[in-house]
Design a protein around this ligand. Structure first.
Ligand SMILES: *[C@@H]1O[C@H](CO)[C@@H](O)[C@H](O)[C@H]1NC(C)=O
Ligand SMILES: *[C@@H]1O[C@H](CO)[C@@H](O)[C@H](O)[C@H]1NC(C)=O
Ligand SMILES: *[C@@H]1O[C@H](CO)[C@@H](O)[C@H](O)[C@H]1NC(C)=O
Ligand SMILES: *[C@@H]1O[C@H](CO)[C@@H](O)[C@H](O)[C@H]1NC(C)=O
Ligand SMILES: *[C@@H]1O[C@H](CO)[C@@H](O)[C@H](O)[C@H]1NC(C)=O
Ligand SMILES: *[C@@H]1O[C@H](CO)[C@@H](O)[C@H](O)[C@H]1NC(C)=O
Ligand SMILES: *[C@@H]1O[C@H](CO)[C@@H](O)[C@H](O)[C@H]1NC(C)=O
Ligand SMILES: *[C@@H]1O[C@H](CO)[C@@H](O)[C@H](O)[C@H]1NC(C)=O
Ligand SMILES: *[C@@H]1O[C@H](CO)[C@@H](O)[C@H](O)[C@H]1NC(C)=O
Ligand SMILES: *[C@@H]1O[C@H](CO)[C@@H](O)[C@H](O)[C@H]1NC(C)=O
Ligand SMILES: *[C@@H]1O[C@H](CO)[C@@H](O)[C@H](O)[C@H]1NC(C)=O
Length: 770
């Protein structure tokens, strides 16, 4: 009613005589009729644009027919008179016929049915259905939403079906009087990482950019929008954008205008006009590649273009490409982080949503043609991987952007920048966190040393990959830890291990000889330990007799010195966090060497305590405060060491320990025997004739002090080393931590069972602190 005047005006354009809501196979609609959706929002019929006499089949807002039609069927084949008829052909396809019954447009339904029915849904979607199926959720045989003109409506998918190849994109009208295909298109590009691009002909004019999980990189303003909710779905099957109004009583549409603007408009009710809610491109900096490669556009600067840090322009051409101040050297390159930028064109990018950003960095670093990397999704913290393999173009400054990009830089350039740290710069130089100088082995060397990673060379399986034995051409024996490319879980641990262990030099710490990167594979090369690991001997009913008491005592002392070095002597205080028998390797003289620094943490200066949400380590060796509160410190290592001492003496695992007379675990058992003065009963039966009761008792005593519930009652490692090598009196131990619980995390163990439950001492990395 409120549109009465508009309707009068429109009657000159539309001969609305009759209205109906469907057509069936026996019916047709002619130029005097329209189909109206049940909610009366949309209408379908024949119309003429403003200054044109051509007739088109289209969909418009029932109340606002003067508005441009939201969909047009025969865009390029106008009817020149009012003779048009829309009906089903004999084989069930919708056809639009002209005066001499020639088909000027048709729905290309692929599945044909006996009794098709066409109707206009409340959403503005004109659909063809099988009338014998009344299920409204049934897939449509055809729908106008799949063939958009210049507009998208709420709930309409804009983008691609990657399986069928269907591409739902917008093409502008040639002019406001002419719905024929104009020169602008707006579509979801799926070459490289999906992004939305506006083109004039084949030339890119504007990039809304790639989706970062929250908004399109070129439209951070979308975050603040309160009118729409939207999503972007991108997987192996589909890549599409879809929006819904927050208040569905408003009418909304997005239009690609004939002069190449994307406009969002909505109608808020009576006596008002369509309100413009969005309009892009917005400013000069939205113009595609306004600035050259490696430059960024900032609309508030004069001139708007400037080279990224570390890049310069050769000529005085401010819109030209910028070039590196220092050329890349591949292996010695690092990355510089840039924030608050629209990510560059992803047309030549590579992406993988399933790998971590750390993995992404390593992959990029190892491929010299990779120019930059970024997280592909920042909605739940940074995740996924995006790589660029070309010049970086079309970057824009956005104060409200959350995107970070890491651009490859020469190491010397990064150091130069580091020296100029007084400068207030938003770039964070990460170079000093790079892999330290470690010998790099090449893949062929390692392949031939390990007999092509043959199964016969497998030494064992660590937390994050297989370990192979190898012999270098010079005869040196090595152990090669191979982290599988797909174990994304291992990437941080790998970096961590390289970072920590490369700096360590101690006779009780295993030596890292170098590393090797190859096509995303990461390998660590260690000195070879011929006598495997401690667990291989002490928990084995046959081999345990090979380790007599004096060897065991030497091993305990060696481990203690190794941990002391980690905690106090090394430049970076390190908490190992996964000390266990399997991580103590033995050299040819049975000297213990601590290995596997995948979970280690360093405390640069004084700090010896930290907190984590994720408790990592191995059941049976974890201290109470760590399991309960996620709190770890050097004292958590002391606890693990205490467990190790008692395991070495007894030849029994703490986890899975079983005794017929009580429910204590190994710690409780040792404490009980200690208080009863029966320390000799704890000693591994196979070495009962070799031991010295005094040193055994003292070792058990020290072990029990190390596993005290309270961190403060545990000695530090320098005290432990001293206690083990001297004879001064020691404080009395109290009850150890977790001494009754066999498995502190699973309280299901049954005491009636006569078998010890399984002894699985695989390192866990995903356990949450409780
Ligand atoms: C259009 O269809 C209506 C209803 O079927 C009919 O009354 C009318 O005569 C038709 N007009 C023309 C021009 O065919
Ligand atoms: C139908 O009419 C068009 C002109 O409107 C003409 O070009 C075409 O040849 C005609 N076709 C037939 C089959 O008469
Ligand atoms: C369906 O029709 C559209 C235009 O109406 C055309 O672009 C497309 O190629 C057709 N698809 C098939 C499978 O015929
Ligand atoms: C689009 O409009 C231009 C003039 O504005 C005209 O030359 C051209 O033929 C039109 N294209 C079509 C497909 O009608
Ligand atoms: C939607 O807008 C109408 C008209 O302004 C208003 O009456 C209604 O409360 C709004 N609904 C919501 C959910 O905001
Ligand atoms: C680097 O990446 C490019 C692009 O993905 C690829 O073609 C090339 O083989 C890679 N090079 C190496 C050494 O992996
Ligand atoms: C190593 O193994 C790979 C795959 O199993 C094979 O393609 C390659 O030829 C082998 N190389 C050598 C030197 O045996
Ligand atoms: C890695 O890939 C290999 C071979 O495709 C597969 O056997 C293995 O289970 C995968 N590992 C992980 C952690 O996904
Ligand atoms: C340890 O390794 C050396 C050298 O391989 C070997 O001679 C020795 O027997 C091994 N010791 C044990 C206890 O296996
Ligand atoms: C030392 O450690 C404490 C607690 O971990 C911390 O609050 C303090 O800032 C640290 N001091 C220095 C100089 O690092
Ligand atoms: C270790 O503990 C002893 C005894 O409590 C103390 O004297 C010493 O300062 C501690 N060492 C370190 C490095 O904390």
């Amino acid at each position: 009613m409120e549109c009465y005047t508009i309707l009068l005006f429109c009657l000159t354009l539309l001969n609305n005589i009759a209205a109906r809501d469907t057509i069936t196979s026996l019916q047709s609609i002619n130029d005097s009729e329209t189909i109206v959706s049940a909610s009366e929002i949309f209408a379908l019929g024949f119309f003429s644009p403003h200054n044109s006499e051509n007739r088109y089949l289209g969909i418009w807002y029932q109340k606002f027919p003067a508005e441009t039609a939201v969909w047009v069927a025969n865009r390029d084949n106008p009817l020149t008179d009012s003779s048009g008829v829309l009906k089903f052909s004999e084989n069930g396809i919708l056809v639009l016929l002209n005066h001499n019954n020639s088909v000027i447009w048709s729905s290309n339904t692929t599945r044909l049915v006996q009794n098709p029915i066409a109707k206009l849904l409340d959403s503005g979607n004109f659909i063809v259905q099988d009338s014998s199926k009344s299920d409204p959720n049934e897939e449509f045989l055809w729908q106008s939403f799949d063939y958009p003109s210049d507009s998208i409506l709420p709930g309409q998918k804009f983008g691609r079906n990657l399986i069928t190849g269907l591409n739902r994109y917008l093409t502008s009208w040639n002019s406001s009087d002419d719905p024929s295909h104009g020169k602008y298109t707006y579509q979801v590009d799926v070459v490289g990482f999906p992004q939305i691009v506006l083109r004039e002909g084949n030339a890119k004019r504007f990039r809304l950019g790639s989706w970062n999980g929250i908004y399109f990189s070129g439209g951070p303003q979308m975050k603040q929008n309160t009118i729409f909710t939207f999503k972007f779905v991108s997987n192996e099957k589909e890549a599409y954008f879809l929006f819904e109004p927050v208040n569905s009583s408003f009418l909304h549409r997005l239009v690609l205008t004939s002069d190449g603007l994307i406009e969002g408009r909505h109608w808020r009710g009576v006596n008002k006009d369509w309100t413009l809610t969005a309009k892009i491109p917005l400013d000069d900096c939205d113009q595609y590649a306004k600035c050259g490669a490696y430059a960024s556009c900032n609309i508030e600067d004069i001139p708007v273009c400037s080279c990224l840090e570390g890049f310069v322009t050769e000529k005085k051409d401010i819109y030209g490409d910028c070039i590196r101040r220092t050329s890349l050297t591949c292996n010695k390159d690092g990355f510089l982080k840039f924030s608050r930028k629209k990510l560059p064109d992803t047309g030549k990018s590579w992406f993988n949503r399933d790998i971590s950003v750390e993995d992404c960095r390593i992959l990029c670093k190892n491929n010299c043609s990779c120019t930059a990397y970024a997280a592909s999704d920042i909605s739940k913290g940074a995740s996924g991987c995006l790589h660029w393999y070309d010049k970086l173009v079309d970057m824009k400054e956005f104060a409200e952007s959350d995107d970070d990009i890491y651009i490859r830089m020469a190491g010397t350039e990064l150091r130069k920048m580091e020296e100029n740290t007084e400068k207030d710069t938003n770039a964070i130089n990460e170079h000093h966190r790079e892999d330290p100088d470690l010998p790099l082995f090449d893949m062929p060397t390692i392949t031939s040393a390990t007999n092509n990673f043959s199964t016969g060379n497998i030494l064992g399986e660590g937390g994050f990959g297989l370990v192979f034995k190898g012999i270098l051409e010079d005869g040196r024996e090595i152990a090669v830890k191979r982290l599988s490319l797909n174990s994304s879980q291992g990437i941080p641990e790998f970096k961590n291990e390289v970072m920590h262990i490369a700096k360590l030099q101690h006779r009780n710490i295993v030596r890292l000889l170098g590393c090797c990167f190859h096509g995303g594979e990461r390998l660590l090369i260690y000195e070879f330990m011929p006598n495997k690991s401690l667990d291989y001997f002490i928990f084995d009913g046959k081999k345990d007799k090979l380790l007599d008491w004096s060897m065991r005592l030497d091993i305990i002392n060696g481990i203690a010195r190794g941990i002391l070095y980690l905690h106090q002597d090394s430049r970076h205080r390190i908490v190992h966090r996964d000390l266990k028998a399997a991580n103590i390797l033995l050299d040819n003289e049975m000297n213990p060497k601590i290995s596997d620094f995948g979970l280690a943490r360093s405390f640069g200066g004084n700090g010896t305590e930290a907190n984590t949400q994720h408790v990592v380590g191995t059941y049976g060796y974890l201290s109470p405060e760590y399991i309960i509160d996620g709190e770890y410190s050097t004292k958590s290592d002391v606890f693990s060491f205490g467990v190790l001492v008692l395991e070495i003496i007894s030849g029994k695992r703490n986890r899975g320990f079983y005794h017929q007379e009580h429910r204590f675990n190994l710690l409780g058992h040792a404490w009980r025997l200690f208080t009863e003065g029966k320390c000799h009963e704890l000693v591994d039966e196979t070495i009962r004739d070799s031991f010295n009761i005094c040193s055994v008792t003292r070792s058990i005593h020290v072990g029990l002090l190390c596993v005290q519930v309270s961190q403060d009652e545990r000695p530090n490692m320098s005290s432990v080393v001293l206690m083990l090598s001297s004879e001064f009196p020691l404080p009395q131990p109290k009850e150890p931590g977790f001494y009754t619980e066999r498995d502190p995390l699973h309280h299901t163990s049954s005491s009636s069972s006569s078998k010890p439950f399984s002894t699985n001492d695989i390192t866990i990395t995903t356990l949450d602190a409780r």
